[in-house]
Design a protein around this ligand. Structure first.
Ligand code: IPE
Ligand code: IPE
Ligand code: MG
Length: 239
C-alpha cells in the first residue's frame, strides 16, 4: 500500500466520549448530570464536524460493558438517550445530518429502540454528515456477529471459506456501509480502546485529550483535526 500524508480533514472521526462521571463528581453533582452535559457536547461536536465537512462521525455512547453499571445509572442513560433523540431529531434534520446506529440495538429498552428507528427513518434522506451512534456496542461482540454471518454464507454455499479475506469480512460487520475511521479521539486522558471498533481502528490515528467529554468544544475537535493533518500515515510501509 502506498504511504501518504494524512489529508487535512479526516473523512471519518470516531470518538470515545469519556469522563462524564468525573465531570459531575468534581462539581459535587450526581453522575447523570455529567451525562446530560455530555449530551450537549454532542451537539457542539456535530456542528464542528459540519463546519469541517467531515463525512462520518461515530460516537461511542454506550458500551456492551456499560450494562454492568448500577441500574439507576443505566436507566437514566437510556431515558436520556430517548429524550435526546426525540428533542434533537428536528435539529439533525435541519442540519442535513443522517443518523445511523451500530451495536446490539435489540438490547436497548423498547421505547429507546422505537425512538432510535424513528429518528433514523426521519433523517434517512439527508446527505450531509452521517452520525453513527454506537449503542450497546462491543468490538468483540461485533466480530463474533460478523463471523456468524460469514459462516451462514459458507454453510449456504455462497462463499468458499478459502476465499475469506479482510475486505470481505469487513462487509459482515455493523460498519459495513462506512469507511474505517481516520481519526480516533478519546477524552478524559484514558489510553485504551475499551472494546471500541477493534477491527476498524487498525490504522486509525489516535488523539487523546485530558479534557472531559462535557467540556469538549468544537475548538478541541479542530485541534485534534489539526494534529491529524500533521501525521504521516505509513500503513506499515516505509515513508
Ligand atoms: C462516558 O463517561 C459515558 C459513558 C460511558 C456512558 P463515564 O460515565 O464513563 O465517565 P467517567 O469515566 O466515569 O468519568
Ligand atoms: C468507554 O468508556 C465507553 C463509552 C465512552 C461509551 P468507559 O468509561 O465505559 O470505559 P472504561 O471502563 O474506562 O474502560
Ligand atoms: Mg468512563
Amino acid at each position: 500500500m502506498k504511504t501518504k500524508a494524512a489529508s487535512s480533514v479526516p473523512r471519518h472521526v470516531a470518538i470515545i466520549m469519556d469522563g462524564n462521571g468525573r465531570w459531575a463528581q468534581i462539581r459535587g453533582l450526581p453522575r447523570i448530570k455529567g451525562h446530560e452535559q455530555g449530551a450537549e457536547a454532542v451537539r457542539e461536536c456535530v456542528e464542528g464536524c459540519g463546519e469541517l465537512k467531515i463525512e462520518f462521525l461515530t460516537l461511542y455512547a454506550f458500551s456492551a460493558e456499560n450494562w454492568q453499571r448500577p441500574k439507576p445509572e443505566v436507566f437514566a442513560l437510556m431515558h436520556l438517550l430517548e429524550r435526546f433523540l426525540k428533542q434533537k431529531t428536528p435539529e439533525l434534520l435541519k442540519k442535513n445530518v443522517r443518523l445511523q446506529a451500530i451495536g446490539r440495538l435489540t438490547d436497548l429498552p423498547p421505547a429507546c429502540q422505537y425512538q432510535l428507528h424513528k429518528s433514523i427513518e426521519t433523517t434517512a434522506g439527508n446527505n450531509g454528515l452521517t452520525l453513527i451512534l454506537a449503542l450497546s456496542y462491543g468490538g468483540r461482540l461485533e466480530i463474533i456477529d460478523g463471523i456468524k454471518s460469514l459462516l451462514r454464507e459458507v454453510e449456504a454455499g455462497h462463499i468458499d471459506s478459502a476465499m475469506i479475506e479482510p475486505e470481505m469480512f469487513s462487509k459482515h460487520l455493523y460498519t459495513r456501509y462506512y469507511p474505517d475511521p481516520d481519526l480516533l479521539i478519546r477524552t478524559s486522558g484514558e489510553m485504551r480502546l475499551s472494546n471500541f471498533l477493534l477491527w476498524q481502528l487498525s490504522y486509525t490515528e489516535i488523539y487523546v485529550t485530558p479534557k472531559l467529554w462535557p467540556e469538549f468544544t468544537r475548538h478541541d475537535l479542530f485541534a485534534a483535526v489539526e494534529e491529524f493533518s500533521q501525521r504521516q500515515r505509513r500503513y506499515g510501509a516505509v515513508a
